[in-house]
Design a protein around this ligand. Structure first.
Ligand SMILES: Nc1ncnc2c1ncn2[C@@H]1O[C@H](COP(=O)(O)OP(=O)(O)OP(=O)(O)O)[C@@H](O)[C@H]1O
Ligand SMILES: O=P(O)(O)OC[C@H]1O[C@H](OP(=O)(O)OP(=O)(O)O)[C@H](O)[C@@H]1O
Ligand SMILES: [Mg+2]
Length: 301
């Protein structure tokens, strides 16, 4: 017997000049691994060698460039690359002409002021006259300017927490995730959250969009849905259908099919992963049985 041949698929969508979609991916740092994992989950080829600079995925018509996350907004803002993955804080800091297209749900952090206990109160005006060390001078200067506060901003590349101990700064402004780095340095956050950040897909608005952007976005949205929803199946006395559907309304509308057993239906619906157990309990209470959840591996809504 001859093996089945693969289904003929349309070629990937190319730009006006036949160019593939060009996408920037963080080459190192906190966002790098998670960004590549997400792209792999969306069906794209990713590098296996962390030193590789670029990779062409011919089947999907996409070229990936592995760049410093801090530089990505610049490339996208200049129109050199069509899309990029970076942090919201890095995008703001760059002041590049790029926009957030999609939030990606990883790399979450806050951006905060911190100092030795007692140096800052809760008010922004406490920053007046202080020396503020940061790797994000664009974000910090923007914050101070908006409030008319005069302070000296000292730009450092990293390990900003140590600058206070070394007498270079009175205050730092930095990424805080767990807070453990601050605690180790004997520092405390002060004042409001300057910025809540996460990984974002950035682009340059509709004018410059490559025609392949839409498919790329749909694939990433598919990953986000597959990560945040599970498929739920259950059997239910038909008389309880309305109550059950209120608990599992699904995204479009749930599938309800008759069961062989008289007066029973089978229901299939997508439910938010983080609520799945509570929904199962509630369904059980109204008479549902054989309640199962399964992971969704990929999806297009
Ligand atoms: N724990 C964390 N530490 C640093 N950055 C984080 C953390 N969690 C999320 N991020 C986000 O990662 C991005 C910082 O990327 P960057 O590559 O500078 O990471 P990094 O770990 O500081 O790498 P490097 O220190 O090599 O510069 C920012 O968008 C930041 O908000
Ligand atoms: O709240 P936490 O969970 O402790 O995480 C925040 C710390 O992580 C990052 O430092 P990184 O390791 O990237 O070093 P860097 O300061 O040299 O960039 C960031 O700059 C903070 O120092
Ligand atoms: Mg860092």
């Amino acid at each position: 017997m001859t093996p089945p041949t693969s289904t003929p698929l349309p070629p990937p969508i190319a730009g006006a000049d036949g160019a593939p979609l060009r996408i920037a991916v963080p080459n190192k740092g906190a966002l790098s691994q998670a960004a590549s994992d997400m792209l792999r989950e969306a069906g794209y080829k990713q590098r296996n060698d962390p030193k590789q600079l670029a990779l062409t995925d011919t089947d999907n018509g996409v070229e990936f460039f592995y760049l410093r996350p801090r530089d990505i907004a610049l490339y996208v803002g200049e129109g050199t690359l069509d899309l990029g993955v970076t942090g919201r804080d890095l995008l703001r800091d760059s002041r590049a002409k790029a926009d957030e297209v999609l939030t990606l749900g990883f790399g979450r952090s806050t951006f905060r002021f911190a100092a030795r206990p007692g140096v800052l109160g809760g008010d922004a005006t406490d920053l007046a006259g202080k020396r503020v060390a940061t790797s994000y001078p664009g974000v910090v200067k923007g914050y101070l300017e908006e409030r008319g506060i005069e302070a000296t901003v000292i730009r450092l590349d990293g390990a900003v927490e140590t600058s206070i101990q070394l007498g270079v700064a009175d205050v730092i402004a930095d990424v805080v995730e767990t807070g453990s780095t601050l605690r180790q340095a004997g520092l405390e956050v002060a004042g409001e959250v300057i910025l809540s950040s996460e990984a974002v897909l950035i682009g340059r608005g509709p004018d410059s969009a490559h025609p392949g952007v839409e498919v790329f976005l749909r694939r990433l949205q598919g990953v986000l849905v597959a990560r945040s929803f599970v498929m739920m199946d259950y059997d239910l006395p038909a008389a309880r259908t309305e109550e059950a559907l209120a608990l599992t309304p699904g995204i479009e509308s749930p599938t309800v099919a008759p069961l062989h057993k008289e007066g029973w239906v089978a229901v299939r619906s997508m439910v938010p992963r983080d609520q799945a157990q509570r929904i199962m309990d509630a369904l059980y209470d109204i008479g549902a049985r054989a309640i199962l959840t399964t992971d969704i591996h990929a999806c297009r809504l």
